[in-house]
Design a protein around this ligand. Structure first.
Ligand code: GLN
Length: 491
């Protein structure tokens, strides 16, 4: 049962093959057995999980089950979860038990899902490898020498390893799509404003967005339907109806216009990654799509603009961690300044401190116009590039990441890590949605290598189209059905 997708689980639960409780118990045992080495969870919450599973079984017995009733999930430890530690992967919040639920968590509970626990992540979602977690790195289930990607690496690894069928992630510059690609699963970053950010610990507020990570586009569609929508508690969430994402999956792709951004295919793209993406594009052509090259002329400025805007917003958001209101507090402070200084020095890790320093600098008087304001102007140009491209084509395709998963410890300097996000970051700056789907493996071996992800981008609020385009690919290929050896192991 650990190998099934959400839609397969729903049929099995409806048919009475097993109960939600049995399902939750099996997966909890798998976590116990296999997660020691992978480290994909920060907290496992069996008591809450079994209580929720019992409620789901009771609802099903009353004939009140919806499509997600009794579905086990894991939630990135960036989402506030009532009564459960919510650490953001940081020592700063190692002692923080959230008194309330994030809107995403609240909606998933209302849909009857069963959270098994909170997943590991880069500290405050800053990173591309999960090596920045206070709780230690996560290992890639396909190859434990490799990183799982970041920052939602725990969520991606847990799904890939068969510990949960789906998980929640967040994406500020690629943190859903890149780990999905590295772990061979499907991950969707919705349009900015599609999903409420309330209760999601803020990294860069104008870029952060929550989204589903699962084995198939169909499962992502189910989950997006449950979490999307307007929320009065998040003024940036958009008051716009939520379509039936499942209904739209079946639309044929005849006449679909695909654009390949010229600036993406070139230096820095691993040849195996390029070959896999070009192969995937051929599959689309066989399904009736047409392909042309398009240009996103400001691509080159995306990483520099992001690394001004994201740290600026982070430095502001993270000022609330002062050792007074919540989180880590140093021992025996001499005075208030000492309390602030030492609590923050002890609570934050190296990458977070680096970003706070950069952000504080670029926002300071005399530098604001040169850095922050300029970066916002560049951002507008990047957004316009995408809007122009979507005048010509329906979707854009590229790799999610220039390389397959790299080795743990292989990227030590921050800049080479930042370059990981070359194909994902502009998407957050523009606010458009993107999805990553499994599209091959490195090493020329269908199973022995590391997964490669195809990224599909659409214009604002085109999630239904992206899910449809991803789903049709998954009807024609079986990359999403490949499992690492650890997921094949039975209890
Ligand atoms: N890797 C990027 C960063 O470190 C993006 C992270 C994210 O999307 N949360 O900022």
């Amino acid at each position: 049962m650990h190998d099934k997708t959400l839609s397969e689980l729903a049929s099995a639960l409806d048919a009475g093959e097993f109960s939600s409780r049995e399902l939750a118990e099996t997966l909890l045992t798998r976590i116990d057995r296999f997660d020691g080495n992978l480290n994909s969870f920060i907290s496992v919450t069996p008591d809450q999980a079994l209580a929720a599973a019992d409620r789901a079984d009771a609802a099903r017995a009353r004939g009140e089950a919806g499509p997600l009733t009794g579905m086990p999930l894991a939630i990135k430890d960036l989402f506030c979860t009532e009564g459960v530690k919510t650490s953001a992967g940081s020592r700063m919040l190692d002692n923080f038990i959230s008194p309330y639920d994030a809107t995403v968590v609240e909606k998933l509970k209302a849909a009857g899902t069963v959270s098994l626990g909170k997943t590991n992540m880069d500290e405050f979602a800053m990173g591309s490898s999960n090596e920045n977690s206070f709780y230690g790195p996560v290992k890639n289930p396909w190859d434990t020498e490799a990183v799982p990607g970041g920052s939602s690496g725990g969520s991606a690894a847990a799904v890939a390893a068969g510990l949960v069928p789906a998980a929640m992630g967040t994406d500020t510059g690629g943190s859903i799509r890149q780990p999905a690609a590295f772990c061979g699963i499907t991950g969707l970053k919705p349009t900015y404003g599609r999903v409420s950010r309330y209760g999601m610990i803020a990294f860069a507020s104008s870029l952060d967005q929550a989204g589903p990570m699962a084995r198939t586009a169909e499962d992502c569609a189910l989950l997006l339907g449950a979490i999307a929508g307007h929320d009065l508690r998040d003024s940036t969430s958009v008051a716009r109806g939520v379509p039936d994402y499942i209904e739209e999956l079946a639309a044929p792709l005849n006449g679909l216009k695909i654009g390949l951004p010229r600036e993406y295919f070139g230096d820095g793209m691993d040849p195996e990654v390029e070959a896999a993406v070009r192969e995937a594009v051929k599959v689309y052509e066989s399904l009736g799509a047409t392909v042309r090259e398009v240009s996103l002329p400001h691509t080159h400025y995306a990483i520099p603009a992001y690394y001004v805007i994201a740290p600026a917003e982070a430095s502001s958001n993270l000022s609330r961690f002062d050792g007074v209101r919540f989180g880590h507090r140093c021992d025996n402070p001499e005075d208030l300044i000492d309390l602030y200084k030492r609590s923050r020095a002890e609570g934050f890790g190296e990458e977070v401190k680096r970003r706070i320093l950069i952000g504080t600098h670029t926002l300071s008087e005399g530098f604001f116009d040169a850095y922050y304001k300029k970066a916002q102007q560049v951002r507008r140009l990047i957004r316009q590039d995408f809007l122009d491209a979507f005048e010509e084509v329906d979707v854009l395709m590229s790799p999610a990441s220039p390389t397959p998963a790299f080795d743990l410890g292989a990227r030590k300097d921050p800049v080479s890590m930042y370059l990981q996000d070359i194909y994902t970051i502009a998407v957050n700056l523009a606010g458009i949605p993107g999805i990553s789907v499994p599209a091959g493996f490195s090493g020329g071996r269908p199973m022995g290598g590391r997964p490669i992800g195809l990224q599909i981008l659409g214009t604002h609020f085109a999630e239904a189209r992206l899910l449809n385009v991803a789903h049709q690919f998954q009807q024609a290929t079986d990359w999403h059905r490949r499992r690492p050896a650890i997921a094949e192991e039975t209890l």
